[in-house]
Design a protein around this ligand. Structure first.
Ligand SMILES: Cc1cc2nc3c(=O)[nH]c(=O)nc-3n(C[C@H](O)[C@H](O)[C@H](O)COP(=O)(O)OP(=O)(O)OC[C@H]3O[C@@H](n4cnc5c(N)ncnc54)[C@H](O)[C@@H]3O)c2cc1C
Length: 327
C-alpha cells in the first residue's frame, strides 16, 4: 500500500458531477500538503473526453478508465472487478467517492474485499502531518465523530457540497484504459434509470434554491414557493420542521441531517435559522432571508434580509422577477 488517494469519479451526460469535482480538487490539495499521489477511476462506454479534461482541471493527472458497454448502467456487481483491479494496481491508502446512491452502494463491498475500514458520509477531512482525520456526524447529528488514520487503508464516502471545490493547477491527464473481465450481473439487472423531476436540478447540483420553513402554515400554501422557484429556474428545499410535518419528502430536507447544498443563491422563506439548518447552507454564496421576525437568527447568517410576511413578500418577488426576466 502506498501513501496515495484513489477517487472514484461519477459523471453524467459528459460532465463531472459536482461531488466528484469537490473530492478530486480537495484530494489534489491534500497531495500538495502531504506529497501523496492522487489517481482517478472513471468508468463508462465511449465517454465524452471532456470528463477527462475536467479531471485534469481538478489537478488530477493519472486516470484509470474502465471501458465497457455494461458500465452504462451502474451496478455494483459489474463495477467491483474493475475497481478491485484498479486498487490492486495503484495500491492507494485512501479510496474516496461521493456519499451518493452509487457511492453508498459501491464502497462497503469494496472495503470488505480489501478487509479495510469504511467511513461513510464524511463532512470534513483534516490533514495532520501525513495522516488524514475524517469528521462525520452520528446519532442524527447530535454527536461529531473524528477518526484519524495513519497506516491502514480507508474507504470513505464524502457528503456532496460539504468540502467545496478548490482551485487547482490544471494538468493534462494520462489515461490508462482497463479492459477488465466483466461478467453480466447475476443478482439484479438495472434496465433503465428514470430521472425524476427533470424540470428542477437535484439539490446537490442546484445553483438557485428556494427553501421553505414552518412559516408556511398550510400544505396548500407551498405553491407560493413553487411559483417563485419556477420563475427563477430554482430547485426547492425545506427545513426539517416541514418534512417532519409530512408536507414534503425527506429527500428535500436541507441541513445537518438532510442535504448540504452549495448554490449561488438560496432564498429562505419563513425559516428561523436553527444551527442544524444553517449547517446545510453555510457554503451558499448568497443567502437571502425572508422572515417577519426581525430578531430571527437567520438574519445573522443571511447576506440580505427582508423583514416581512412571506405571504406578501414571496408573491411580490415572483411578480417582480417575472417582469425583470420577461417571463
Ligand atoms: C439533531 C438534530 C438535527 C437536526 N437536523 C436538522 C436539519 O437537517 N435541517 C433542519 O432544517 N432542521 C434540523 N433540525 C431541527 C432544527 O433544530 C429546527 O427545529 C428547524 O430547522 C426549524 O425549522 P424552521 O426554521 O422551519 O421552523 P421554526 O424554527 O419554527 O421557524 C419558523 C420561522 O418562520 C417565521 N415566520 C412565521 N410566519 C411567517 C410569515 N408569515 N412570514 C415570514 N416569516 C414567518 C418565524 O418568525 C420563525 O422564525 C435538527 C434538530 C436536531 C436536534
Amino acid at each position: 500500500m502506498d501513501k496515495s488517494i484513489l477517487v472514484i469519479v461519477e459523471h453524467d451526460d459528459g460532465r463531472l458531477k459536482i461531488s466528484s469535482k469537490e473530492i478530486l480538487s480537495f484530494s489534489s490539495e491534500i497531495a500538495v500538503k502531504t506529497g501523496m499521489k492522487v489517481f482517478a477511476a472513471v468508468y463508462g462506454s465511449a465517454i465524452n473526453h471532456e470528463v477527462f479534461e475536467e479531471i485534469g482541471k481538478c489537478g488530477v493527472g493519472e486516470i484509470y478508465y474502465g471501458e465497457n458497454h455494461l458500465f452504462l448502467m451502474p451496478n455494483v456487481e459489474i463495477l467491483l472487478p474493475f475497481l478491485a483491479e484498479v486498487i490492486t494496481e495503484c495500491r492507494p491508502q485512501f479510496v474516496f467517492t461521493g456519499n451518493t446512491p452509487i457511492g453508498k452502494d459501491l464502497l462497503p463491498p469494496m472495503a470488505q474485499i480489501f478487509s479495510s475500514e469504511m467511513v461513510s458520509d464524511v463532512i470534513q477531512i483534516n490533514t495532520i502531518h501525513d495522516s488524514l482525520q475524517f469528521i462525520k456526524t452520528i446519532f442524527g447529528g447530535k454527536i461529531i465523530e473524528m477518526n484519524g488514520y495513519k497506516k491502514q487503508r480507508v474507504f470513505a464516502t464524502i457528503r456532496p457540497n460539504a468540502i467545496g471545490i478548490r482551485n487547482n493547477m490544471a494538468v493534462i491527464p494520462s489515461i490508462k484504459v482497463i479492459k477488465s473481465q466483466v461478467n453480466p450481473p447475476i443478482n439484479y439487472i438495472l434496465k433503465e434509470v428514470v430521472k425524476k423531476n427533470q424540470s428542477r436540478k437535484p439539490l446537490y447540483e442546484a445553483e438557485i434554491i428556494v427553501c421553505g420553513g414552518r412559516g408556511i402554515k398550510r400544505s396548500e400554501d407551498f405553491f407560493l414557493l413553487e411559483e417563485l422557484a419556477g420563475v427563477l429556474g430554482a430547485s426547492l428545499g425545506y427545513t426539517r420542521a416541514v418534512i417532519d410535518a409530512g408536507f414534503k419528502p425527506r429527500s428535500l430536507q436541507i441541513g445537518q441531517t438532510g442535504k448540504t447544498v452549495s448554490p449561488k443563491i438560496i432564498i429562505t422563506c419563513g425559516i428561523s435559522g436553527a444551527i442544524q439548518f444553517v449547517a446545510g447552507i453555510s457554503t451558499a454564496q448568497h443567502i437571502i432571508a425572508i422572515n417577519k421576525d426581525q430578531r430571527a437568527t437567520i438574519f445573522k447568517t443571511a447576506h440580505y434580509g427582508i423583514i416581512g410576511d412571506l405571504y406578501q413578500v414571496v408573491p411580490a418577488l415572483t411578480d417582480e422577477f417575472k417582469r425583470i426576466l420577461n417571463k
